[in-house]
Design a protein around this ligand. Structure first.
Ligand code: NAP
Length: 296
């Protein structure tokens, strides 16, 4: 039995592991994909305090090294369900059951993808899912944002301050965003809305050079340096729906104290209900959840 099992080895989970291990607890961390989570796929991170510039993969490696040196045990397995019992919790995985006194869920979330054939190949080479993280790399360049929600419009406004030109490609003729944001979009001269339009093809050799857009049934090509895909995010917490309360989008309901509806289970990082999903907020949650779990 570990003192604490952490589900997810992204920034929130690994930060929680570091804090819990430094508090003298035995920690097992479960991960079923890559170490580091979402940030490991980011080409450069330049908004983490104290680190001017680092690749996402190096950042993830450093976090993992730090946790490993403190004795945190990693198991490559997917948590398929969690049961509460008299002694604590049983976490079910495909390789067997693990037990702990407390659990921290740090399962993250994924940016929704457009689902285009070349999308994965261009990720980090002209296709980005985070304008806050990558926008500065396209200073004075031409970019596009795909999406019509609050995030897409906010990203377009932010990019318009850095980039020469921003296309806003949305599949309908009305946005899903707040009126105030729509008003701001219409008032910015270097944002060009491309409405009733879907991205049908990504073009380029080593990096993205243009996208083909299908607008009202006819195709046109738009040259650009980067396409920022802002079509929402998806959580993956269905396996824990019997244990903790999820909101209508599948995020774990928990406040800034990271406490869930189940005593002894904490939620940290992008997987919980929150407004800002960034590396720094994930790290902050990891610390809060770990200290709360230690106290529990
Ligand atoms: P969202 O509100 O779900 O909007 C997603 C947008 O992407 C929609 O315009 C949708 O089009 C489009 N879309 C979805 N799938 C697509 C596909 N396969 N191809 C093309 N377009 C697609 O997501 P979000 O903007 O990321 O926001 C997430 C949540 O955070 C929302 O509740 C939002 O209000 C909130 N948020 C709030 C603020 C704020 O300042 N208040 C800022 C950011 C986010 P349709 O419109 O046609 O469905």
């Amino acid at each position: 039995m570990s003192d604490i099992i952490i589900v997810g080895a992204g920034c929130a989970g690994l930060t929680a592991a570091i804090y819990a291990a430094r508090a003298g607890k035995t920690v097992t961390i479960l991960e079923n994909e890559g170490i580091g989570g979402q940030i490991s796929t980011s080409p450069r991170v330049e908004n983490y305090p104290g680190i001017k510039s680092i690749s996402g993969i190096e950042f993830s490696d450093r976090l993992f090294d730090q946790a490993s040196d403190l004795g945190v045990e990693l198991q490559l397995a997917r948590a398929e369900g969690i049961e509460k019992n008299d002694n604590g919790f049983t976490v079910k995985t495909e390789y067997g059951d693990l037990t702990a006194r407390a659990v921290i869920l740090a399962t993250g979330c994924r940016h929704r993808h457009l689902g285009l054939p070349e999308e994965d190949r261009f990720a980090g080479k002209g296709v980005s899912y985070c304008a806050v993280c990558d926008g500065a790399f396209y200073k004075s360049k031409t970019v596009a944002v795909a999406g019509g929600g609050n995030a897409a419009l906010q990203n377009a406004l932010m990019l318009a301050e850095i980039c020469e030109k921003v296309y806003l490609i949305h599949r309908r003729d009305t946005y899903r965003a707040e009126d105030q944001l729509v008003g701001q979009i219409n008032a910015v001269s270097n944002i060009e809305p491309v409405l009733n339009a879907t991205v049908s093809r990504l073009n380029g050799s080593d990096k993205l050079e243009s996208v083909t857009v299908n607008q009202n049934g006819s195709e046109k090509e738009i040259a650009m340096d980067c396409l920022f895909v802002s079509i929402g995010q998806q959580a993956d917490n269905a396996a824990f729906a019997d244990l903790v309360t999820l909101d209508e989008n599948g995020y774990i309901v928990a406040g800034e104290d990271c406490k869930t509806s189940c005593e002894g289970v904490f939620a940290a990082g992008d997987c919980r209900t929150k407004v800002i999903r960034q590396l720094t907020t994930a790290a902050a949650d990891g610390a809060v959840a770990a200290l709360a779990a230690c106290l529990f």
